[in-house]
Design a protein around this ligand. Structure first.
Ligand SMILES: C[S@@+](CC[C@H](N)C(=O)[O-])C[C@H]1O[C@@H](n2cnc3c(N)ncnc32)[C@H](O)[C@@H]1O
Length: 382
C-alpha cells in the first residue's frame, strides 16, 4: 500500500511529463526524506514556523494538490476497536462491524480489509498484535484517562531518568527471553537464565497496562521492522524533545516498554529500545493527524496516525488548504484561488476552535501543539 513520494506526485500532477517530473525530483534532492514533491508547490524554511509549503504557481480553487497514502504508525483507540475498521477506518455510526479478528483484536468491514491488514502487517505483525491482545484481554478497564493538557510535561532530565529507572529490569527481561531461542553450542557469552531473570519478566507482566500506549509502540515497531528503508522519513519530521503529556503518560511508556520486551516476538526485540520508543513519540507529537469520523464535523475521535509527507503543511487560523481523509489516505485541496508564492496551510484547530478569539486560539495551539501561532491572521491580531 505504501507508494513512494515520487509516484504520489505523478498521480496528482497529471500534466507533468516524465522529464519535467525527473528534473523536479532532481531539484528536490535536497529535501528531507519523505517530503512531498510537486510542480504545484515547494518546501521552504520560514523564519518562525520551521519548514512550510509554498505555491510554486497560481492554483485554482478545489485543485487537488497532494494525496498522502504513506501512513506509518497508527493507533485505533481500544474503545473503538469493534466499530472502526482496522484497515480502512470505515465506521457505521457505532454499529459493531461484521468481522472481528479476536486473535489480533481488530474488527474489519469485510474480508478484503481483513486480508489486506494481515498482508500489510506480515506474519511478524500478526504475531506481535496477537501477543499484545493476549496480554490486554480482560484488562481494558485499566485504560488511563484522556490527556489533560494542563498537567506539567516531564522535562528532558525527567525523561532520561524515567527510562534509566527501568534499564536494569529491561536487561533482566532480555536475558529471560533467551530461553525461547536456541543458543549456539559452545557460546560461552550467553548468560545463564536464572530465577531472578524470570521474576523480572513476571513482575513486568503484572504491572498496569495502557493498551493504547502499547498499540502506539507496537504499531511503530512493526512498521519500522517492515519498512526499515522508510524510517528516515519519520526521522526527518519536526521533533518534540519533551513529547510526554504528563509523568503518568511517561510512566505508561516505560511500563509498556517492559511489557513489550516480555511479550513481543523475538525478532522485534532489537527495535524495542528506549531510544526507538522515544523517537516514535518525539516525531508523532508534532505530526500526528487525528483519525476521526467523516460525518458530524469529525466529532468521534477514533485514534491518530502519522503520514510523513502530509506533515509539512503548517497551521493557519485562516487556512487555504482543506484536508480530507479518504480511508487510509489524506487529500489536500485548495480552498480558494491561490497566488504563486503564498504559503499553503491547513488548520490544526476544529471548526469551533477556529471561531475563538486570537488569545484563545493561541493558547489552544500552545497547549496541544506547543507553538506560538505565527499565522497571518494571528500576526494581524484578528
Ligand atoms: C506538522 S509540523 C509542520 C511542518 C514543520 N514546520 C516542519 O518544519 O517540519 C508542525 C510544527 O510546525 C510548526 N508550525 C506549524 N504551524 C505553525 C504556525 N502557524 N506558527 C508557528 N509554528 C507553526 C510548529 O513547530 C509545529 O509543531
Amino acid at each position: 500500500m505504501e507508494s513512494s513520494t515520487a509516484s504520489s506526485v505523478s498521480s496528482i500532477s497529471r500534466t507533468s511529463s516524465i522529464s519535467s517530473l525527473s528534473s523536479l525530483v532532481d531539484q528536490n534532492k535536497s529535501l528531507p526524506a519523505g517530503a512531498p514533491i510537486s510542480t504545484l508547490f515547494e518546501i521552504r524554511h520560514t523564519p518562525s514556523a520551521g519548514r512550510a509549503v509554498f505555491a510554486a504557481q497560481d492554483i485554482l480553487e478545489d485543485t487537488l494538490i497532494w494525496r498522502s497514502d504513506d501512513l506509518t504508525l497508527s493507533v485505533l483507540l481500544r474503545a473503538y476497536r469493534r466499530e472502526v475498521c482496522g484497515q480502512c477506518f470505515g465506521y457505521e455510526h457505532g454499529r459493531d462491524l461484521d468481522i472481528r479478528d479476536k486473535t489480533v483484536g481488530f474488527a474489519f468491514c469485510n474480508k478484503e480489509c481483513q486480508e489486506r491488514w494481515r498482508e500489510e502487517s506480515g506474519e511478524i505483525g500478526v504475531d506481535a498484535w496477537s501477543a499484545v491482545e493476549r496480554l490486554v484481554k480482560g484488562r481494558s478497564k485499566e485504560e488511563s484517562d484522556m490527556v489533560d493538557v494542563d498537567l506539567p510535561r516531564p522535562n528532558r532530565l525527567e525523561i532520561t531518568q524515567a527510562w534509566a529507572s527501568v534499564a536494569a529490569q529491561a536487561a533482566l527481561i532480555r536475558v529471560a527471553r533467551q530461553d525461547e531461542q536456541q543458543t549456539p553450542e559452545g557460546n560461552e557469552n550467553v548468560v545463564q537464565v536464572t530465577k531472578q531473570h524470570k521474576k523480572a519478566l513476571q513482575k513486568a507482566l503484572l504491572q498496569q497496562i495502557s493498551p493504547d500506549v502499547m498499540s502506539f509502540c507496537v504499531s511503530g515497531i512493526v512498521w519500522r521492522h517492515r519498512h526499515a528503508e522508510g524510517w528516515e522519513r519519520v526521522l526527518a519530521l519536526a521533533d518534540d524533545s519533551t513529547p510526554y503529556h504528563s509523568s503518568d503518560d511517561l510512566g505508561d511508556f516505560t511500563k509498556s516498554y517492559l511489557h513489550l520486551l516480555a511479550t513481543l516476538p523475538l525478532p522485534l526485540l532489537p527495535l524495542v529500545t528506549p531510544e526507538s520508543l522515544f523517537l516514535l513519540s518525539s516525531r508523532d507529537s508534532h505530526n500526528a493527524f487525528g483519525i476521526r469520523s467523516l460525518e458530524d464535523d469529525g466529532s468521534e475521535f477514533f485514534g491518530y496516525g502519522c503520514w510523513p509527507a502530509a506533515s509539512y503543511f503548517n497551521h493557519s487560523c485562516s487556512a487555504n488548504i482543506e484536508k480530507k481523509r479518504i480511508e487510509r489516505a489524506w487529500e489536500f485541496r485548495v480552498g480558494r484561488d491561490i497566488k504563486r508564492g503564498e504559503e499553503l496551510c491547513i488548520t490544526y484547530l476544529s471548526s469551533e476552535e477556529r471561531k475563538l478569539s486570537r488569545e484563545k486560539r493561541m493558547s489552544t495551539l500552545k497547549g496541544s501543539w506547543g507553538f506560538d501561532c505565527a499565522c497571518e491572521r494571528c500576526e494581524r491580531r484578528l
